[in-house]
Design a protein around this ligand. Structure first.
Ligand SMILES: [Zn+2]
Length: 163
């Protein structure tokens, strides 16, 4: 067994945390318990952060599925994460009692909305016909600004002020 734990300047033991791992609960290749074993064998602390989106094949796709997903990973000694798509509203629809069960949530920019309602996915090959780079960038900025306006602030922190 190898280990990557070390000590920091204060002499406190430190062990890396793998905060973004997918399992068979979405598109990963290891079952959750096998992932825990594999990550620990490499000297890191495991977490599970599967895809939670209606726009990813094999993802956790509904509020009820998020509840079941959290129940499954709460049975394991892992940090409980999820990777959400910014462009899919599921992350905004989760009730506070489910949000509080996550240790961390990841937001990934997997697609942007176009003014005509279409999507451009980050991993698709090429732009839709007629979409210029400038039009894409305009749509990208507009989509981020729209997402920011729809964001619900669920903690006691206040949202950042506008620049
Ligand atoms: Zn991921």
């Amino acid at each position: 067994m190898t280990t990557s734990s070390t000590t920091n300047a204060a002499g406190t033991p430190w062990q890396p945390l793998d905060c973004h791992a997918h399992t068979t609960l979405s598109d990963g290749s290891l079952a959750p318990a096998a992932l825990v074993t594999a990550v620990r064998a490499r000297g890191a602390r495991p977490s599970i952060a599967d895809h939670i989106s209606r726009d990813v094949i094999s993802a956790v796709r509904t509020v009820a599925e998020v509840d079941a997903y959290l129940t499954a990973i709460e049975a394991l000694p892992v940090a409980r994460g999820g990777e959400f798509c910014w462009h899919d509203a599921l992350w905004r629809e989760l009730p506070p009692h489910l949000i509080g069960r996550f240790t961390h949530r990841l937001g990934s920019l997997h697609a942007i909305h176009l003014p005509d309602g279409g999507l451009v996915h980050m991993f698709q090959r090429g732009f839709p016909a007629g979409l210029t780079v400038d039009a894409y960038m305009d749509a990208h900025v507009a989509d981020l600004e729209l997402s920011r306006g729809r964001c619900r602030w669920t903690s006691s922190r206040t949202p950042p002020s506008s620049p």
